[in-house]
Design a protein around this ligand. Structure first.
Ligand code: FAD
Length: 570
């Protein structure tokens, strides 16, 4: 998700981009090959209004509209379509980066082997962004990195071990099951492990809540190994063992306990282990536990996180055998800021990075690794890359233009804690009126509820909001931040087959039809209309000289009222 968002952001900001990706489907752990749900600062809807907007929100809402059955192939298709048909972006699928040409302190090119066409592709660029999870350019470009847990004294982190070690969080193979109307027998293959007692299986904070809570839709995150191995070079050996464990757990559920899984049958098994942690770049700043606990109030905040510091036991599945919980959830604030300095290299001057290989300690990564946070970093890195490329400067020089980078991210509907969007002069100088209530919050530069403020105006079908300028002005576009139910989880997920999901339909509060009228010679006339809308962030081109613009809500996707978070004209 980091790489996809970086590539889309850079291309949309006008850079010429190549996305070199080694799999046939996009999304990394979020793709159909792994099926991990994208979580982030809102903790899967647990903390309202902190969901990552920007490109990730656009992808999720597209999925709500087009994927009513929560089918991972449809999600793949949405990600593919966005990248494949994005102007300025060349998508190189099935192409594994295996070489970098470094000249002085710069990467001159990277080369990948494309399996399907038996060909090498070399990409020369001004700026490179490594979003490969494992940080593939670290060995290829000889970049300083860390792998494993940092010593407590090194960054003063209370949750770090006394001495540094090479242990990481592990990798997982899921199994997916489906419920049928009739009993479904399961016979484990002879090579699967056998678990007679539930006590053979790891607990999460002391409980077997997932199995006993009957969550049979998607397998178990604690089928995890690799933390005590080399989470890169041992992957193939670990896959074999993970499959033996995953099938053993399913055999336990079906045949060695009474969990009410009679009608459930396996329908998918994950052959590509999903990883949580391996190499981490040493960037211009290393994000730490203390930074997170202090809310990351950096001047150069360009992304944010908010997941707990969810530090998995390095023994993973075997934690049960040493009497440990499979993870410890250390508290973290949400949101906390992530600085631009953790996303670029101080040594290779044209290199940025985003996602789980970014510059953080093990402790900080235990929170920031979730994919909403990775996507937020990705959009920041893509936007910064385009800014650097357009100016002909290196990523470090973007530090001098942080307010501009932040404003570009806000303009593209990203959320940055503590940073307010500066709205266009045309909007600020206009007179604002509405059919009812106080519409001022739609131009306060904050596009979502924060703290006690809702930063929005509530409208119902028939309600309107109008800007008038007092004279004719060129109106290029109307920009709207609409209601996408930021207080709910809309990520595609197979977890908890029995749970209520809101990712399989457009949120009811979303405006479906919105009318835009222009004031010309004293009378209002239709200039544009949104019909069938399901996106939160909408830019409507106008391109006319007008004395005012009026925006009317005509219909939602079912709710009686909806929040308008931003409405401005430029
Ligand atoms: C079982 C499990 C459960 C998890 N649960 C959650 C959860 O519920 N919610 C959540 O948000 N996160 C969860 N995580 C964490 C999260 O999935 C990862 O931290 C996250 O995927 C990191 O995102 P990324 O974009 O940095 O990397 P990845 O998702 O790993 O993507 C990196 C991409 O780079 C590609 N790549 C690698 N090397 C090369 C190369 N040489 N050339 C070209 N391409 C390359 C890979 O194929 C991959 O597609 C979980 C992880 C696991 C393993």
């Amino acid at each position: 998700m980091a790489g996809l968002c970086a590539a889309l952001a850079a291309a949309r900001r006008g850079a010429t981009v190549a996305l070199m990706h080694e799999r046939p489907v996009l999304g990394g752990n979020a793709s159909s090959e792994c099926r991990v749900p994208v979580c982030g600062a809102d903790r899967a809807g647990g903390i309202p209004y902190l969901r990552e907007t920007g490109i990730l929100e656009e992808l999720r809402l597209e999925n709500c509209r087009r994927n009513p059955h929560r089918d991972y192939s449809i999600w793949d298709l949405i990600l593919y379509e966005r990248a494949q048909y994005q102007p300025n972006l060349t998508l190189l699928l099935n192409c594994s980066c295996l070489e970098a040409e470094v000249s002085g302190d710069l990467i001159a090119s990277v080369t990948g082997w494309q399996l399907t066409s038996e060909s090498y592709h070399t990409v020369k660029a001004r700026v490179f962004a490594d979003c490969s999870g494992d940080g593939v350019l670290i060995p290829l470009a000889g970049h300083p990195f860390r792998m494993g847990r940092d010593a407590r004294g090194e960054y003063g982190e209370s949750i770090a071990p006394e001495a540094a070690d090479s242990r990481t969080m592990g990798m997982t193979c899921f199994v997916q099951a489906r419920e049928y109307d009739t009993p479904q027998p399961f016979e484990a293959p002879s090579w699967a492990h056998r678990y007679d007692s539930i006590d053979d299986l790891p607990r999460d904070n002391g409980h077997h809540w997932e199995i006993e809570g009957k969550q049979f839709g998607l397998g178990y995150w604690w089928v995890e190994l690799g933390g005590e191995h080399d989470s890169i070079h041992d992957t193939e050996k670990l896959r074999e063992e993970l499959l033996r464990i995953a099938l053993g757990v399913w055999d336990h559920i079906k045949n060695r306990g009474d969990y009410g899984a009679e009608n459930w049958a396996l329908e998918w098994i994950q052959f590509l282990p999903a990883k949580r942690e391996s190499r981490r770049y040493l960037g211009a700043h290393v994000l730490t536990q203390n930074d997170i606990e202090a809310e990351g109030r950096f001047e150069d905040v360009v992304a944010y996180g908010g997941w707990t510091m969810d530090d998995h036991h390095p023994a993973g599945f075997r934690a049960a055998q040493v009497g440990a919980s499979a993870t410890i959830y250390h508290p973290a604030p949400s949101p906390y800021g992530i600085p631009y300095r953790s996303l670029f290299s101080p040594t290779i001057e044209n290199l940025l990075f985003a996602g789980r290989c970014f510059s953080a300690t093990h402790a900080a990564l235990s929170s920031a690794r979730v994919m909403g946070t990775c996507a937020s970093m990705g959009q920041a890195v893509g936007t910064a890359s385009a800014l650097a490329a357009a100016r002909g400067v290196l990523p470090a020089a973007v530090m001098e233009s942080i307010p501009e980078l932040q404003q570009q991210l806000l303009e593209d509907d990203c959320y940055l804690p503590w940073v307010r969007q500066e709205l266009p002069a045309l909007t600020i100088g206009a007179r604002l009126e509405a059919s009812q209530g106080d519409p001022e919050p739609v131009r306060d530069g904050i596009g979502r509820p924060v703290g006690d403020g809702m930063h929005s105006w509530m409208w119902r079908p028939g309600d309107w909001i109008a800007y008038t300028f007092g004279r004719r002005m060129m109106v290029h576009e109307v920009v709207l931040a609409l209601d996408s139910a930021l207080d709910r989880d809309i990520a595609i997920s197979l977890y908890g087959g029995h749970h209520h999901h809101s990712c399989d339909r457009v949120p009811e509060v979303m405006p479906r039809r919105v009318r835009m009228e222009g004031l010309s010679e004293g009378s209002w006339g239709l200039v544009a209309r949104l019909d069938g809308n399901y996106q939160r962030f909408v830019r409507v081109p106008i391109g006319r000289d007008l004395e005012g613009v009026r925006v009317t809500l005509e219909e939602t996707w079912g709710a009686a009222e909806s929040r308008l978070y931003a409405c401005y004209v430029r």
